[in-house]
Ligand binder design. Structure first.
Ligand code: PNS
Length: 165
């Protein structure tokens, strides 16, 4: 048992968000129907090469959710996700599942997080059909090659990608 109480109505949606896609936004929107607050936790991993800097990724998530008010918080985290959860008092991790190919990696992470902290549950939401083929890496690739990504990301992310390439 953890010393502090972790709230099962506070959820954390962790990820690299390089960049945030409409698939991610769909998961957050639907998670808000289940939890009173969702914190989008942007990974700060200096060892991982990303297209957008940590500050840029955080800012793009903030701007994309600016109309959601207090129910969506945006934070950065470094180190173990469960340590961030304990600091935030949140008891639920949200992850999206697009296809069965996501399952192995996601189940492994969920089990490892359970091993690290028994009080935290992982909840999987199946990505809506229209976003099931979207990933940040494909969005980066298509944007870099001049393809149309207007329906795949928010307007602020589209603008940021346009400036990168
Ligand atoms: O968007 P991603 O890259 O699939 O997100 C992966 C993420 C950030 C959820 C995962 O890498 C993570 O939680 N990293 C923090 C380190 C950690 O807690 N590792 C142990 C649990 S697997």
């Amino acid at each position: 048992m953890t010393d502090i109480m972790l709230s099962k109505s506070l959820a954390v949606f962790p990820g690299s968000f390089d960049p945030l896609t409409r698939g991610h936004m769909d998961i957050v929107t639907r998670a808000l129907g289940l939890f009173s607050q969702v914190t989008v936790a942007v990974l700060d991993n200096p060892d991982k090469k990303t297209l957008f800097t940590l500050d840029e990724r955080v800012e793009l998530v903030r701007d994309s959710f600016k109309d959601f008010g207090e129910s969506v918080r945006v934070e950065r985290f470094r180190g173990l996700l469960v340590d961030f959860m304990k600091k935030s008092g949140a008891g639920v991790i949200i992850r999206g599942l697009r296809a069965i190919t996501d399952y192995d990696y996601e189940a492994q992470m969920a089990l490892m997080n359970k091993h690290l902290c028994q009080d935290i549950e992982t909840v999987f939401l199946v990505t809506s059909e229209e976003y099931s083929y979207i990933s940040s890496s494909l969005v980066r690739q298509v944007a870099s090659l001049g393809g149309d990504i207007s329906n795949l990301v928010s307007p602020v992310v589209m603008e940021a990608l346009r400036n990168k390439f």
